[in-house]
Design a protein around this ligand. Structure first.
Ligand code: ATP
Length: 495
């Protein structure tokens, strides 16, 4: 610390700061507690927990990540929030910097050579970390700055180039490519169905990107069924349904992801039915994805169900071992290209991952992301033992997977209301409180991120979800009825 002689007030405030200043490690610990709650165990465990805080006597504090990948993830996805939490927690206003280990070592050497500053580790107190099996925060990249997606909701990395075909999805892949080429198709609509996390959204995104590339003048509209529902409900309330209809019916290619979500929602089903028939009659293409074939959508209106089956219904199977290996190799190569390392891993590691993470490709990818966050460019040198140690917390398994749709159904049933009310804009307490409870349950019982939960609750912002989670957290301490409600719904969901 350098204090100029005669600068009495500065000297006093510096002395005061020295007395009141909490060790950086304690401040960081508090930041971590909030971050863990807001980001979820999965993202926190993968990206934040491995970082180490370093500080000098002079009060320079640096958060050092083990790899450049982890630094970039934090900068993109959490740095602004970390800044806010740090500023709120650090009474003396120390500046917090972010560096990868390599960057830090280079700069620390330079600083020590010129000023003699020495960085020491500012140890946070331990906090409980549960490593992820997978997380949307981990798997979904933030959009690249300055490259806003031309179609809302499309992810840039989901292209045909990054999609790996195999026996489980070969037919679906060929059909998607054909639709994207605008070739005359006998089959309209096309519906892809398959289990959770095996590439339906990826395929639909790839189809949309390719169709836009192949015919830039055509209008491609992509939306999730949740967005269809929430936009439609909002349009009805604002008396804007004509604009909504025009928007969709003006599409040359309309793509709706997760259409099963609309099952049982009467007016939205009806609207979708009319949109679908109008587009098909007019020779426009329509593509859907769903988690099951139309014949199994028992809650879906029979007329809509029959129109969904009227074109081509194309099943996708869970990826077999060879496809899982192929996907892993492709993802590792891409990571290597992006980060400048060899992009290979030991064969026994590949096989271990492909054999142990079989529930969905999303989970397989989550495991790979965790390894990358931990090891960075050392990924290719990791031994099987090291990999098993890093992933041990993922391998517990056994628990029933609960989806946000399950939570919405159970919550609305418990409170005697419609699932659509939870997604609606209505704010009266009888609806708003169950909605907040459902968001809280989604945070507790799934690995979904706050933005993802918001999207699935009628396209709400992640700050709304955060507010709901905090509100319910506070209320349930004193409100025995609410606390009992949450327990009952959780028990029911866990089966
Ligand atoms: N064949 C594949 N090639 C490359 N990546 C794949 C493939 N299948 C799945 N993935 C990856 O797995 C992850 C999950 O895929 P996706 O989100 O498309 O699944 P989904 O079937 O739509 O799941 P949900 O039913 O939950 O919406 C994505 O990151 C995707 O890139």
């Amino acid at each position: 610390m350098s204090i100029k002689v005669g600068a009495a007030s500065q000297e006093l405030s510096a002395a005061y700061a020295a007395v009141t200043r909490e060790p950086a490690g304690i401040v960081w610990n508090k930041v971590c507690v909030s971050l863990k709650r807001e980001l979820g165990d999965a993202a926190f465990g993968s990206w934040i927990a491995p970082a180490v805080l370093r500080e000098t006597q002079a009060g320079d504090v640096v958060l050092v990540t083990p790899t450049g990948i982890a630094r970039d993830w934090i900068r993109r996805s959490a740095w602004r929030r970390i800044g806010e939490l740090w500023a709120a927690g650090d009474a003396v206003g120390r500046r917090l910097d972010l560096k990868s280990r390599l960057e830090f070592e280079a700069s620390a050497d330079a600083a020590s050579a010129t000023t003699g500053a020495v960085y020491v580790e500012a140890k946070p107190q331990p906090i409980e970390i549960v490593l992820p099996v997978s997380s949307d925060v981990v798997t979904a990249p933030a959009p690249v700055a300055g490259k806003a997606s031309p179609v809302q909701g499309l992810q840039e990395r989901f292209t045909f180039d990054s999609f790996v075909p195999g026996p489980a999805n070969e037919f679906a892949h060929a059909v998607a490519r054909r639709v994207a080429s605008w070739a005359d198709g006998h089959f309209n609509p096309v519906l892809f169905h398959g289990p959770y996390g095996f590439g339906k959204t990826h395929l639909l995104n790839a189809l949309a990107w390719e169709a836009m590339r192949a015919a830039p003048n055509k209008r491609v509209v992509y939306l999730t069924a949740e967005r269809f529902l929430s936009t439609f409900v909002r349009a009805v309330m604002d008396r804007q349904t004509t604009a909504f209809k025009d928007e969709l019916r003006g599409a040359d290619l309309l793509i709706i992801d997760d259409v099963h979500f609309i099952a049982g929602k009467q007016s939205s089903q009806e609207e979708l039915f009319h949109t679908l028939t109008a587009l098909v009659e007019d020779g426009r293409r329509v593509v859907f994805s769903a988690d099951r074939p139309p014949s199994a959508m028992t809650e879906m209106d029979a007329r809509l169900r029959s129109h969904l089956s009227a074109g081509l219904v194309c099943g996708m199977e869970p990826a077999d071992r060879s496809l899982r290996l192929g996907i892993l190799e492709r993802k590792i190569e891409a990571l290597g290209r992006a980060q400048g390392f060899t992009g290979t891993v030991k064969p026994e590691v590949l096989q271990f991952l492909a054999d142990r993470f079989t529930d969905s490709v999303r989970e397989l990818e989550g495991a790979l992301n965790t390894l990358t966050a931990r090891a960075g460019e050392r990924l290719s040198r990791l031994s099987l033992d090291e990999v098993q140690a890093i992933l041990r917390p993922h391998l517990r398994g056994g628990e029933k997977r609960i989806t946000i749709d399950d939570i919405q159904k159970a919550t609305s049933e418990h409170y005697g209301m419609k699932q659509a009310d939870l997604l609606s804009e209505r704010r009266n307490r009888a609806i708003a409180r169950p909605r907040q409870a459902a968001m809280w349950l989604a945070k507790q019982l799934t690995t979904r991120s706050l933005p993802d939960i918001g999207r699935r609750f009628g396209g709400r912002d992640h700050t709304t979800v955060l507010h709901a989670v905090r509100r319910i957290e506070a209320l349930r301490q004193d409100d025995a009825v609410l606390s009992q409600d949450l327990e009952t719904i959780t028990r029911k969901l866990r089966g």
